[in-house]
Design a protein around this ligand. Structure first.
Ligand code: SAH
Length: 340
């Protein structure tokens, strides 16, 4: 199978054209066709020499992104089910926020992290996406909607830090001001807590926002609902988070899904407040979205507010995530890699 045409950074394109005996500026022309003019075929790249196009075509392809399903929720959220070149399917979500359009991209086909509350992990991991298949989600959704997408959250199917190199290239490609030009500060990557990669990310992507899926502030409980905590317990995770904050000078977000009688009691809120005390952080409380097979239910509204109150009393910066796309199963944790 050929690689996706969207897999290369501008620097990679420069290497490619120079290696093939062409002048460096050709890379900029290609980049412009792909991300500014957003053509869908090689024939449209009018100012690129035929011989060079042939060389590109030998290796790269406008990856097939067949829209199998496109749903729009009552709140304006869109969900796309794409079929990729090898037949696998992925979901991508577009949200209408007050500040503009925000896209939630998928980084893997399935996921092997195995969190007890998440639909994306049910069938295990099939394969990593390549950078171009992550970039392609933005290009194809943008084209279908006909509007510019200015914000990105890497919170779809998969654990982005298990596919670190592709995600890292993806960030460089979409951030390039000669291409899609999506501001680094308008991009958030969310991880379940792959500690070694948090250090790499802090060193390499200082302007990109980081969110940590925390969901419990004590090791016993966290190891029960998120197996990854057995490999990287809270002390190590918090050490990495502090490194990120020091290296980047940025505020960090902790996501905390509220699950009825699992992690939503007052004592859990106090544990959480204690864990993050004094940190420049923000807690995003997420009412658990139902996943039929998993048998975990969401906290009552009253309990959610109580939990939030405890955190506020403890002077922790906290908000409740606005729910979007629930009526089309497009909400957090509901995305899947299989066709429904
Ligand atoms: N693997 C990464 C990114 C994808 S998940 C991560 O874990 O951060 C994006 C967010 O949705 C995470 O915070 C995840 O914990 C959350 N999520 C998973 N299942 C959910 C569910 N059923 N309801 C609400 N949020 C869920």
């Amino acid at each position: 199978m050929k690689r996706s045409i969207y897999s290369l950074t501008l620097a990679d394109w420069e290497d490619f054209v120079v290696t093939n005996g062409e002048r460096k500026f050709r890379a900029g022309q290609i980049f412009d066709w792909l991300y500014v003019k957003q053509v869908a075929s090689f024939e449209e790249m009018k100012n690129v020499p035929k011989a060079l196009l042939e060389l590109i075509e030998n290796v790269y392809d406008f990856t097939s992104f067949e829209v199998v399903k496109h749903q729009e929720a009552t709140d304006g959220t869109h969900k796309f089910l794409f079929r990729l070149a090898d037949g696998n399917t992925i979901e991508t979500v577009l949200m209408k926020q007050s500040y503009g359009l925000s896209i939630c991209v998928t980084t893997q086909i399935g996921c092997r992290i195995g969190c007890s509350f998440c639909a994306s992990t049910i069938g295990g991991l099939v394969r990593n996406l390549e950078a171009g298949e992550i970039v392609g989600q933005i290009v194809h959704v943008g084209r279908a909607i006909g509007e510019r997408i200015g914000h990105v959250v890497v919170m779809g199917i998969g654990e982005p830090f298990e596919n670190y190199d592709a995600v890292s290239a993806f960030l460089n490609i979409i951030n390039d001001n000669k291409g899609l030009n999506i501001g680094a500060r308008h991009i958030t990557v969310s991880t379940s807590g792959l500690v070694p990669k948090i250090y790499e990310f802090a060193d390499e992507h200082k302007q990109v926002s980081l969110a940590i899926s925390l969901h419990a502030a004590n090791d016993n409980l966290r190891s029960k609902i998120m197996k990854i905590n057995r490999a990287y317990p809270l002390a190590e995770l918090m050490k990495a988070v502090k490194y990120y904050m020091k290296a980047t000078n940025r505020r960090i977000t902790f996501e905390y899904i509220l699950m009825k009688d699992v992690n939503d009691l007052e004592e859990h809120a106090y544990q959480l407040a204690k864990l993050v005390k004094g940190m420049n952080c923000h807690i995003n409380l997420i009412p658990m979205n139902p996943v039929a097979e998993l048998g975990v239910s969401r906290s009552d509204k009253k309990q959610v507010l109580k939990f939030k109150e405890v955190l506020e009393r403890e002077k922790v910066n906290v908000t409740i995530r606005r729910e979007m796309g629930a009526n089309i199963d497009a909400a957090c944790g509901q995305l899947r890699a299989s066709e429904k």
